[in-house]
Design a binder for this molecule. Structure first.
Ligand code: DON
Length: 320
């Protein structure tokens, strides 16, 4: 265990300060293209850190349930790497930034129909299609199970969010058919799109997000339940994907300023992982132009900086 993960007072203060400092931050707006997300109260704001030894530090609306959205992509990715191995996922999906919006069609055309990253919509739909499953319900059951294992509690779908997304996700269906045309999808494209849409429509709290991240920080076993969710050796591939594309076209800016693998979702959630130490999560619905929560980015960045967690910060000689 590292010093940071043991220092409860420091973490607790960092979380409380980030909440206080960022709660008056304005800017951004709720996701508008999924009708139900537009109606979530924009002032909601939660921050939470979860350590690899199972301590939880929460502030604000950290118990409020919101849509997991794109953060589901890292969990399905972990499942598929477990089942198929990291080489197959690299070969079929990829591990590079697209440089385009998360739902880009032109990125597929530009890269000969290869999705490039499991964390953009095309790559996530392809990844869902790679789950080793007998049918749609089996595919969905396994994905929901891995979400629950990461959270350490039973996760459920919101029928309201799912219906809102299924009724409006023509763009994702087009992506699934393009993947089919290019030979980059591995089950019925509409099954993959349906299950992907369901995986985005589950409800989590900011505490759940932090525990999910702490499971990765802890080398793949859940710090609350002790259950191994991902093989230790596979965690690095999930963290690498998060570093390259987790914050979409701002992933480079995020690496530069914060220096932790992270993942956001248009529901307003964001989680960052400090390997071997802890995870920091935040939630607030207002998003910047590329789809990342404005307040969640600011709060997670503040906690990471306060606790000196950036992976690219080389310790000074005297500190080693
Ligand atoms: O497929 C979609 O567009 C949504 N269900 C999820 C997108 C998302 O969260 C991207 N996030 N920043």
């Amino acid at each position: 265990m590292t010093t940071v993960a043991r220092n409860a007072d420091r973490i607790s203060r960092a979380v409380a300060d980030a909440y206080d400092n960022q709660k008056n931050r304005r800017g951004g707006k709720n996701a508008g293209y999924i009708p139900v997300l537009a109606s979530v109260h924009p002032e909601l704001f939660g921050v939470c850190a979860a350590t690899v030894d199972g301590q939880i530090f929460a502030a604000g609306d950290a118990g409020y349930e919101f849509a997991l959205e794109s953060i589901s992509k890292i969990l399905t990715l972990a499942l598929v790497i477990e089942q198929r191995g990291h080489r197959e996922v690299l070969h079929r999906v990829g591990a590079n930034a697209t440089g385009r919006a998360f739902n880009s069609v032109s990125a597929l055309e530009q890269h000969n129909d290869k999705p490039m990253s499991p964390l953009v919509n095309a790559g996530a739909i392809a990844t869902a299609s790679l789950v080793d499953a007998a049918d749609a319900e089996d595919r969905w059951r396994q994905i929901l199970q891995v979400q629950s294992d990461f959270a350490g509690r039973q996760i459920s779908i919101s029928d309201e969010i799912n219906a809102s997304e299924q009724d409006t996700n023509f763009h994702n269906r087009a992506i699934a058919w393009l993947l089919r045309d290019g030979g980059s999808i591995y089950c019925d494209p509409m099954e993959a799109c349906d299950v992907y849409t369901r995986q985005c429509s589950t409800l989590v709290t900011t505490v759940d997000l932090a525990v999910m991240g702490a499971t990765l920080a802890n080398g793949g076993s859940n710090p609350l339940t002790g259950k191994r969710v991902v093989a230790h050796a596979n965690v690095r591939y999930v963290l690498a994907a998060m570093t390259m594309e987790g914050i979409y076209t701002r992933s480079g800016d995020w690496a530069y300023s914060v220096g932790l693998p992270a993942k956001s979702g248009v529901g307003g959630g964001l989680v960052a992982v400090a390997p071997g130490q802890l995870a920091i999560a935040a939630f607030s619905p207002r998003l910047d132009e590329v789809g990342n929560s404005v307040r969640a980015q600011a709060a997670v960045a503040q906690v990471a900086r306060t606790l000196d967690l950036g992976l690219f910060d080389v310790p000074r000689r005297g500190d080693r």
